[in-house]
Design a protein around this ligand. Structure first.
Ligand code: ZN
Ligand code: ZN
Ligand code: ZN
Length: 349
């Protein structure tokens, strides 16, 4: 239905095993919060813990936003093989699943945004009223990672990455980088905390586990809150929104309506005041020659998509290269009808 076919969905292999792992990866960091609060209360919190937290949050966070999302999913810029490998590893340390699964799910999210087939929409099939809204938000935030019925097929949604030897190698080494990321909290704590074993332990807690908790819930919030609360300056056929309070913590990913309007744009913050640390890193890489072919949206294209503007009935034929890129990144166009304000809209007014 709505252009969704069985080939779109990644077959389920180890559902129970995956659910147990997902459960542990979500539950343990949550429980660790209480331990961290208890230790901090007993002044077992060192300045080195916060430094380790910031280093690893930035490392794995940029791995997701600049790496998994803007480089690998949307091809917003190009870079060399060493940098590609580095970003694939950095994103893996965020423990949000192996790279090819992450990309396939996210491309499927863009192909079906807020329609049947979207792996994590707060708006599809969750009932009506406040109860439906709450159920939808819980599903989009964390519930969907336990479900495997709408995951993007790797062959269908990420054939470029399946065929990429660098990416598929890092994909198969996922556990290694995931565990390595957690343990590096201890190593950094030991080194920065003055070669103290106690600082190694609290570094493991803050840089390894609490960092994971915060990063997970910021990323999850892009899927839940940014399809529900905030402003919608651009006309898109989904419920994506710009949710300013999350802009800094999400490294610019919270300008999510901008992103759905212009998915390949390297910058998600499109106005000067829309803070976007991920775009800043990409500009820096471009200046130093580490990134090239950075995708920018010309102002006239932005103006054309602004909400309330007369939308052209017939889209003028796009230039060939851009058309090809769009077709590859959104293989299936779902039927329109979920646009915000439409009959299916449950967004708060
Ligand atoms: Zn979205
Ligand atoms: Zn995206
Ligand atoms: Zn809406």
């Amino acid at each position: 239905m709505d252009g969704l076919s069985p080939e779109d969905i990644q077959p389920v292999e180890h559902e129970t095993r995956d659910r147990i792992i997902t459960g542990l990866v979500t539950l343990i960091p949550f429980l660790a919060l209480f331990l961290a609060a208890y230790l901090a209360w007993n002044s077992w919190l060192y300045w080195s813990d916060l430094v380790v937290f910031l280093i690893l949050y930035t490392f794995s966070g940029y791995g997701i936003t600049v790496g998994f999302h803007r480089l690998f999913t949307h091809r917003s810029f190009k870079t060399g093989p060493k940098t590609r490998r580095l970003f694939a590893i950095m994103g893996s340390t965020a423990i949000e699943g192996p790279i090819i699964s992450w990309v396939a799910d996210h491309r499927k999210h863009h192909a079906f945004s807020d329609k049947f087939g979207d792996p994590h929409s707060p708006h599809v099939d969750h009932g009506v009223g406040w109860k439906g809204a709450f159920r939808g938000l819980v599903h989009a935030h964390v519930g969907w990672i336990f479900l495997h019925d709408q995951r993007g097929s790797h062959e269908r949604y990420a054939p470029d990455l399946v065929a990429d030897p660098i990416v598929s190698k890092v994909h198969s080494q996922f556990i290694l980088w995931a565990v390595g990321g957690i343990l590096s909290g201890a190593v950094l704590g030991f080194l920065i905390g003055g070669l103290s074993w106690q600082a190694a332990l609290t570094g493991l807690l803050w840089g390894g586990i609490i960092r994971l908790f915060v990063l997970h819930h910021v990323t999850f919030s892009i899927n839940s809150l940014c399809h529900f609360f905030g402003k919608q300056p651009y006309e898109t056929d989904d419920h994506s929104r710009n949710f300013a309070p999350l802009a800094v913590f999400s490294f610019g990913e919270a300008w999510h309506n901008n992103h759905h309007a212009f998915p390949t744009s390297a910058a998600h913050g499109l106005k000067p005041w829309q803070v976007d640390p991920s775009a800043a890193l990409i500009w820096g890489m471009e200046k130093t020659g580490l990134a090239w072919d950075v995708v920018r949206v010309p102002p006239e294209r932005r103006v054309r998509k602004e909400k309330g503007r007369e939308q052209p009935q017939e889209t003028p034929p796009a230039p060939a290269p851009r058309r090809r890129r769009r077709a590859r990144l959104t293989p299936v166009r779902a039927r329109a009808g979920a646009a915000c304000g439409g009959p299916a809209c449950r967004c708060p007014a």
